[in-house]
Design a protein. Structure first.
Length: 322
């Protein structure tokens, strides 16, 4: 149902072909809130190394992972979160006419920011525990940031805005990288839990990389409460999500999504079935903290009171950590 777009066209085509690709990219984002990209610019070898590093970390004993703990509150959004520390379900119904039930998240995660962030410092594993972890993810973060800026240029062109409109609102790298591990669980556990509850992303765009296990679902049509499975194209594919900030700037719809049961054709029905563990890596591109979330085009209407990106981020994340 959802075809992949080849972002390589943006780099290798004529200006006319490039502009047509950008319009198609924006059209897909406007209709669905996300798009599947190949040749997005993050080298496959970097993606594979990031997944290998993530898997190795999450296989460590819990006592070792807890040596780089996420604080018990939302800020700073850094370090390791064990199962139960964060509950996305508390914000599942933000901005939607449909009401989702409160479900417990079955996941553990690790959050990383820019090493140049002047406000929030990274929380890394202590020396001697997993020394390549910091090196690998500092490099991966930098790769994602470079790609983020180019994708923002493409979206600006597709919207009919000057090329660097969105890029210039993302200069201070207030971005976050999240590694997520969904442990293997029984199918019965999904009665009152989910891998991650329905939500929209807080930032501008998200670059999501995932393994082949499946379970990612997007709400379609918007506000319907109905979710469609999004088959994985493997670690070389990137799912580009529209976030809340981009919606407020441009009117492109922020995609509400979740991770639930994988396709039953992969995991046959049966109460004793164990659902395979799942890994994903999400890069959240966020605006500069002082950026004003005011419509960039006259055709976009979004309330009368405009927040800074920093004010909005704090409002959205409040309550996800108990």
């Amino acid at each position: 149902m959802f075809e992949q777009l080849d972002f390589g066209i943006f780099h290798g085509a004529s200006k006319a072909e490039r502009d047509e690709f950008c319009r198609r990219l924006v059209s897909e984002l406007r209709h669905y809130g996300f798009v599947k990209l190949i040749n997005h610019g993050v080298p496959l070898e970097d993606v594979n190394k990031a997944f290998e590093t993530s898997r190795n970390f999450f296989q460590l004993p819990l006592s070792e992972k807890l040596k780089s703990p996420h604080p018990p509150t939302a800020n700073p959004h850094r370090g390791f979160s064990p199962i139960g520390l964060e509950n996305i379900s508390t914000i599942s119904n933000y901005g939607s006419a449909s009401t989702m039930p409160l479900l417990k998240d079955m996941k553990e995660s690790y959050d990383i920011g820019s090493d140049n962030d002047p406000i929030y410092k990274n929380i890394w594993p202590p020396a001697g525990l997993y020394d390549s972890f910091q090196t690998n993810f500092t490099s991966f973060f930098a790769s994602c940031y470079e790609v983020e800026l180019v994708i923002l240029d493409a979206i600006s062109i597709g919207l009919g805005l000057p090329t660097q409109t969105l890029r210039l609102l993302h200069q201070t790298q207030a971005n976050e990288l999240r590694l997520t591990h969904y442990p293997s669980v029984s199918r019965d556990a999904f009665v009152d839990s989910t891998r991650i509850a329905a939500h929209t992303d807080f930032g501008t765009i998200t670059l999501l990389f995932q393994d082949n296990v499946g379970g990612l679902e997007m709400e379609s049509p918007p506000n319907s409460g109905k979710f469609i499975p999004i088959n994985s194209g493997g670690q070389g594919e990137c799912i580009l999500n529209v976030g809340d900030c981009l919606e407020m700037w441009t009117g492109l719809r922020s995609a509400r999504h979740r991770v639930h049961l994988p396709d039953p054709s992969i995991h046959p029905k049966g109460s004793d079935d164990a659902i395979m563990e799942r890994f994903s890596i999400a890069y959240f591109a966020k605006p500069d903290r002082t950026a004003i979330l005011r419509p960039l085009q006259q055709t976009v209407e979004y309330g009368q009171q405009y927040l800074t990106a920093n004010e909005f981020q704090h409002m959205r994340i409040q309550g996800t950590y108990a």
